[in-house]
Structures are given as structure tokens and as C-alpha cells.
Design a binder for this molecule. Structure first.
Ligand code: TUI
Length: 310
């Protein structure tokens, strides 16, 4: 039922992209998603360039299906990663937290499919003009770095604003979310939070437990005063952040508090002073499954949701 020309052309069975979650989305998760028929993504985030090269090479050994790399444009080595994906013959690039316009020609000349994450119609239109193959319209229900608009408001406006395929992200955690997104006119979905608890996701068990026990209202946005709002699950760190922001702390002081906090949660399992990036849909995520089970369940459920209305 969810036949998407865009994904078919990519050689991807199900129209689903795994979110390029910083420090989380490694070769293990990306290859498992690709092997399950989705599009797996390795997140470059702030990692050293050579580490990402190794991850890309590991993924090539783990899957013969296409996978992509997410480039976080705020990162100091974004430019190096932009060249690395060309050197390594990566098929798909997604970008986040900025405007990738200056790399577009380079990527297109290497035959890379470019799918920028956008949080506004204006950026979506700019990306279309620059040659993007599709855009991911990401609502602020998402975890991590977010824009202002919700998925429900952003997605149909982006769909109306561009002619290239649109992929919805933010707040999609099961088949009902997939079905709803398709009703808004998209050709696919991007899912992050649900994959945090996938068997093949290598994050610390404490992080997974925090997701599995999260309630609907357990996330909060910190960092609005720095210009880089980030959605995280509430903990001691988020409370300290909020306190500092209320006291009008400097951007430097806030950045100092946030430094290194994501790996502290992801790798060390420090769920009090680590940054637990997750979307609002975490409250819906109740069980650990393989990537294959997650994807197949989502699309079966999405079909059932739509058949109900026929
Ligand atoms: O990129 C993400 N999510 C992320 S990246 C990340 S790592 C990080 N760590 C510390 C500080 C900052 C980031 C964690 N989560 N999502 C994609 C996304 N991009 N969401 C929103 C945007 C976005 C927002 C504004 C993209 C472009 C934009 O404006 C650019 C422009 O020039 O208009």
C-alpha cells in the first residue's frame, strides 16, 4: 500500500528512514535498518572524520543494501564529512541543524541523493532550488535539535511548497503515525526514538530503560536561549539547564554545562547528568524489538489503520 517511487528508485523496500541520531546511529543500527528494508543512517554528529570512515566501511560489510550518512552542519568537521561521503561512495546524505547549500553541487556531482532536514517551508524551497532530491520536514516533537513548528503544521505546508518528495519526521512511533503522515501527503517517514530501543541499537541499557519508562510529558526543550533548542527527557541535567536559563545565564555557561553530555548518557549510561535526547513519542515506546520487527509492525499497523476507513 505504501508504495513510494522515491524509495523504490533508491532500492529501499519500506518508505522509512532511520533518524541520524547523534552518538547513537552507528553502523550496527544503520545496517540492521537497511537489512530490514528501511534506509539506515550513520550519524556523523561531532565524531572524528576517521571514526566515521570506519563506520561507513563497517556498514558496507554488514549490508549490501543502501544506507546513508547524516551530516550535522553545526559540527566543526562538517566540511570534512561532506568530502568523506564522496570518497566512500555513500549513496544518500541527510543533513541536520543548518543549510547544506554550499555542499550541494559537490554531492550531486558524485551522484549522491541529498535529503536535507528542514524545519520551515522557506528552507525546503531553497533546498529544492539547490537540487535536493527530497526533504525531511521535521516537527518539534522530535528529539535533539529542533525547529519551531509541529509535524502536523509543518508537513502539509512543506508538501504544498515544493514539488520534490517530502518525508515526515517528528512524533512518528507506530503505524498510526505512519498512516497519519501519509495522509499529509508525504512519500515516507523518518523515525528516530523508536529505534533507540532496537536490539541492534548499541546505546547504554540505562538510556533504553529511560525511553521505555518515559511518559507523554517527560520531555522538555532546553537551550532556546542559545539559539539551539534541544528536546531531551527530563532529568537532573535538564533541570540545571532550565534553572540557568531562567537566571539568564550566558550562552558560554550553558554550552559549558551541555558539553559532552550526550556521550555521557549514550555511552556511560549516566541518565542524571547525561543528555537523553528523545522525541515526545517516547511515551509510546514500550518494548525492545529487532529493527525488522519494528519496521514490519509499523507498516502492517499503518495498513490496518487505513483499511479501517475504507
Ligand atoms: O539535526 C537534528 N537533530 C539533532 S543534531 C544533534 S547533535 C547536536 N548536539 C548539540 C547541539 C546541537 C546539535 C541532535 N539532534 N535534526 C534536524 C533538524 N534540523 N531539526 C531542525 C533542523 C534545522 C533547523 C533550522 C535545520 C535548518 C535550520 O535552519 C537553517 C537555516 O539556515 O535556515
Amino acid at each position: 500500500m505504501f508504495n513510494s517511487v522515491f524509495f523504490k528508485d533508491l532500492g529501499v523496500k519500506y518508505p522509512i528512514i532511520q533518524g541520524g541520531m547523534a552518538w547513537v546511529a552507528d553502523s550496527s543500527l544503520a545496517s540492521a535498518v537497511s537489512n530490514a528494508g528501511g534506509l539506515g543512517i550513520i550519524a556523523a554528529a561531532n565524531a572524528p572524520t576517521e571514526y566515521i570512515r570506519d563506520e561507513i566501511r563497517k556498514a558496507k560489510k554488514l549490508t549490501d543494501k543502501p544506507f546513508g550518512v547524516n551530516i550535522m552542519l553545526l559540527s566543526d568537521n562538517a566540511e570534512e564529512i561532506a568530502h568523506l561521503v564522496c570518497e566512500e561512495g555513500v549513496k544518500v546524505v541527510t543533513t541536520g541543524a543548518g543549510n547544506p547549500g554550499k555542499y550541494m553541487e559537490l554531492w550531486k556531482s558524485h551522484g549522491i541523493k541529498v535529503i536535507p532536514v528542514v524545519a520551515s517551508v522557506a528552507l525546503a524551497k531553497r533546498m529544492e532550488r539547490a537540487g535536493a532530491d527530497a526533504v525531511i520536514a521535521e516537527g518539534c516533537e522530535s528529539g535533539g535539535h529542533i525547529g519551531e513548528l509541529t509535524t502536523m503544521s509543518l508537513v502539509p505546508q512543506v508538501v504544498d511548497g515544493v514539488t520534490i518528495p517530502v518525508i515526515a519526521a517528528g512524533g512518528i512511533g507506530d503505524g498510526r503515525g505512519v498512516a497519519a503522515a501519509f495522509m499529509l501527503g508525504v512519500q515516507g517517514v523518518q523515525v528516530g526514538t523508536r529505534f533507540l530501543v532496537a536490539n541492534e541499537c548499541t546505546i547504554h541499557e540505562n538510556y533504553k530503560k529511560k525511553i521505555l519508562s518515559a511518559k507523554d510529558i517527560d520531555s522538555v526543550v532546553t537551550g532556546r536561549s542559545t539559539g539551539h533548542p534541544i528536546r531531551v527527557l527530563k532529568n537532573k541535567l535538564s533541570r540545571q539547564f532550565q534553572k540557568l536559563e531562567k537566571e539568564n545565564a550566558t550562552v558560554e555557561a550553558l554550552e559549558e554545562l551541555g558539553r559532552g553530555c550526550l556521550p555521557k548518557a549514550v555511552k556511560e549510561g549516566d541518565i542524571e547528568m547525561g543528555s537523553i535526547m528523545a522525541g515526545q513519542i517516547a511515551g509510546l515506546v514500550k518494548k525492545e524489538q529487532s529493527c525488522k520487527e519494528i519496521i514490519e509492525e509499523m507498516f502492517t499497523q499503518a495498513e490496518d489503520a487505513i483499511i479501517k476507513f475504507k
